[in-house]
Design a protein around this ligand. Sequence first.
Ligand SMILES: *[C@@H]1O[C@H](CO)[C@@H](O)[C@H](O)[C@H]1NC(C)=O
Ligand SMILES: *[C@@H]1O[C@H](CO)[C@@H](O)[C@H](O)[C@H]1NC(C)=O
Ligand SMILES: *[C@@H]1O[C@H](CO)[C@@H](O)[C@H](O)[C@H]1NC(C)=O
Ligand SMILES: *[C@@H]1O[C@H](CO)[C@@H](O)[C@H](O)[C@H]1NC(C)=O
Ligand SMILES: *[C@@H]1O[C@H](CO)[C@@H](O)[C@H](O)[C@H]1NC(C)=O
Ligand SMILES: *[C@@H]1O[C@H](CO)[C@@H](O)[C@H](O)[C@H]1NC(C)=O
Ligand SMILES: *[C@@H]1O[C@H](CO)[C@@H](O)[C@H](O)[C@H]1NC(C)=O
Length: 815
Amino acid sequence: MASARLYFRFLLFQLPYYLHLAIAQNNGTVPVGATLTAGSTSFPWLSPSGDFAFGFRQLDEENSSNDLFLLSIFYNKIPEKTVVWYTDNKDQNPAVPRGSQVKLTADQGLVLNDPQGKQVWSSKIDIGTVAVGHMNDTGNFMLASSSSSRLWDSFSNPTDTLLPGQTMETEQGLFSRKSDTNFSRGRFQFRLLEDGNLVLNIANLATGFAYDAYYISGTYDPANSSNSGYRVMFNESGYMYILRRNGGRFDLTTERVVPAADFYYRATLNFDGVFAQYFYPKNGNENWSVAWSEPENICVNIGGEMGSGACGFNSICSLDSDRRPKCACPKGYSLLDENDRYGSCKPDFELSCWGGGQGYNKELFDFHELKNINWPQSDYERFKPYNEVQCKNSCLSDCFCAAVIFEDGSCWFKKLPLSNGMTDSRIASKAFIKYKNKGDDPPSVPRPPDPEDKKKSKMMNATGSVLLGSSVFVNFAFVCAFVLGFFFIYKKKWIRNSPGDGTIETNLRCFSYKELEEATDNFKEEVGRGSFGIVYKGVIQSTRTSTTAVAVKKLDRVFQDGEREFKNEVFVIGQTHHKNLVRLLGFCDEGQNRLLVYEFLNNGTLASFLFGNLKPNWNLRTNIAFQIGRGLLYLHEDCSSQIIHCDIKPQNILLDDHYNARISDFGLAKLLTLNQSKTIKTAIRGTKGYVAPEWFRNSKITAKVDVYSFGVLLLEIIACRKSFDIEMGEEYAILTDWAFDCYRNGKFDALVGGDMEAMNDVECLEKLVMVSIWCIQEDPSLRPTIKKVLQMLEGVVEVSVPPNPYPFSSSMGCY
Ligand SMILES: *[C@@H]1O[C@H](CO)[C@@H](O)[C@H](O)[C@H]1NC(C)=O
Ligand SMILES: *[C@@H]1O[C@H](CO)[C@@H](O)[C@H](O)[C@H]1NC(C)=O
Ligand SMILES: *[C@@H]1O[C@H](CO)[C@@H](O)[C@H](O)[C@H]1NC(C)=O
Ligand SMILES: *[C@@H]1O[C@H](CO)[C@@H](O)[C@H](O)[C@H]1NC(C)=O
Ligand SMILES: *[C@@H]1O[C@H](CO)[C@@H](O)[C@H](O)[C@H]1NC(C)=O
Ligand SMILES: *[C@@H]1O[C@H](CO)[C@@H](O)[C@H](O)[C@H]1NC(C)=O
Ligand SMILES: *[C@@H]1O[C@H](CO)[C@@H](O)[C@H](O)[C@H]1NC(C)=O
């Protein structure tokens, strides 16, 4: 007791002194003899600006029995303290216990000893004597001799991350870590080969043998070696490229990046094999955002005969919105190591041909049908022509056969372990995976809940694979039952673990009407009114101890027999996750009462932001435009089934705490037209100024209607005014016409109302205007796709001169 009090007094009185020391006298210099001890109150060695720190970072702070620390360089000013370098040790986990000590010595440089004084790592200086260490503001920790020659630096000994200012020469590379929190070596590599190619590949951990690359930069020219690459650069402005021997470049960062003065950058080989460049606002408090990543689809791109693929053996890989892989075991299989959800799955039954096949009884086995799934490797037989029944029957009779793929009269037999399992909406074949349906271990019945958190992942996996296997509606009912059944038992953990815990999204909650009545205090606070219903603010209990603000949308149109479709569509919406989309959390479906529960965003709609009294800053506006484009791209091209929004307008774009744009109300157009194809047109027509001409004709409605509305919205963002504003005077009332005239006459200053920031960036301004004019072409076939729109905005493709959007209308205004 007394000692605790003493310690407290120490903290109270000494801490400010140390803080003072650390802030006032820091110039990044570390003298020889300096030490740091893991878990002590001493401060890490900071760079002069305090952006980077060298020291012990505690791992797994939530579990105090894992009292482990990592000697590392990390971002000191951001809450995550993201690690950019650590003491990599090929065969050893770099995590060390409390009491370990690092010392800067003259002869060996940095030396890390465990609490018993045994050396576990050192920086190994080959020649010379260290005079001083320096934690540089670039994130590089350097050791120099008295003549200031560099003896060792962290930039030349990279782990899994590159920083601006850092280069990578041929034969150098990065290694992934084992998992987000385990810094032991993982199996992925990012290397610049001797021949000049930059590659991503899996390495066999035991031998280091590299399997086939799943990304190749193509910077090796066998005909002329002066064209080949020799160095990877990450320059101070945040651009990555490969330098060719003849001085040419191969750009890795192909898009314009945010200014380096205001953002941190890093490029990391993630533990799941995806290499990505990230940025983070220096004064913000949000998450790292992805600037670009490779490969395009890790589930598909990792091929080759060796290795398990992006996930472990027998596992199935699917891609999330950030192009990161998620892994799930098929039904009847469970994780080999329950703590490693990216690892291999084992069958929960025995499949063997033991005793000349005597041990195999086909009566005990059956198949789960999986859609959009394939294991491109592991074939051992192929039969053709076969029908589906023949295909399944012959696999059932074969004790080697673990699964079959059937497509167009061809039947492929697969043996264990299955590798490179992937799900993709373009896979048309049917997959049937064998499981044991009788005997002592019936996997078709969900297991009773296990009291331990770990075991739960098994069940979630089972859910995931059912989802993959049967119709959406059955899934839906199953999920609801599952969720309701286990929600209370696992309430807290379920919520925390649900995103990305290796299952396919199941995290939609079914609410009762009464619950929502209570959540919204009897629908008291109205926060918005749209084409589809009124939105109320509410508060729900998200975990036992915390609550979450939600927006509850009461759909005002009622369908008589749309029961099943309603659930289908809600389920589709619930599966649609992207950082530029508002997230659906749950729904209520009780008789006439149909409500959708969304996350609540604090900064209101883009409409109030754009058309308020203060004109928002130009950069923020262009960022918002880009984000809306990305959200739309996701809806149009990256969802399993395309979602046409049909009602893009600033009232339907919400802004989160950091003024990131999020599209809301997506998927509702379809929901509301299921039985009433006319209603939608009437509803949409109310939104004057945003709708594409084809709404008024009898032409087909395609995704191009959203491109049109996006064009109008882009003009509104540029000009900070509404698309239709009669108060501006008749000549100027219709923004699209006026904007085209301004463009034609080169009067950009009129369009932005003299906004200096925009005029200083006039090239970008001109580009945005041209892109929007392309979008508002009367003829839908002339409008670019949203993908092309984004490429133009991001400068990946040139923007050509747009034609007159309304070939027959007369010009007015802007003289
Ligand atoms: C940093 O500070 C130390 C002690 O305060 C001083 O000896 C050293 O010369 C300084 N180094 C630089 C580069 O200013
Ligand atoms: C904490 O870590 C220890 C050792 O790895 C483990 O046995 C224990 O279950 C963990 N506790 C929690 C609450 O996760
Ligand atoms: C910090 O790094 C930069 C870039 O490599 C270098 O120019 C500068 O000299 C370094 N600072 C010190 C004190 O070594
Ligand atoms: C980290 O991963 C390695 C290699 O798989 C494993 O041996 C080690 O136990 C893991 N460490 C922790 C703390 O989980
Ligand atoms: C190789 O390419 C460079 C230009 O990149 C060219 O100048 C040189 O002549 C080429 N050499 C051969 C052998 O073709
Ligand atoms: C980094 O590269 C980009 C693109 O090649 C270039 O525009 C920029 O000027 C470079 N910055 C520095 C500091 O070299
Ligand atoms: C950051 O990401 C975490 C996990 O994905 C999420 O819970 C959190 O809300 C995000 N924070 C922000 C500010 O986006």
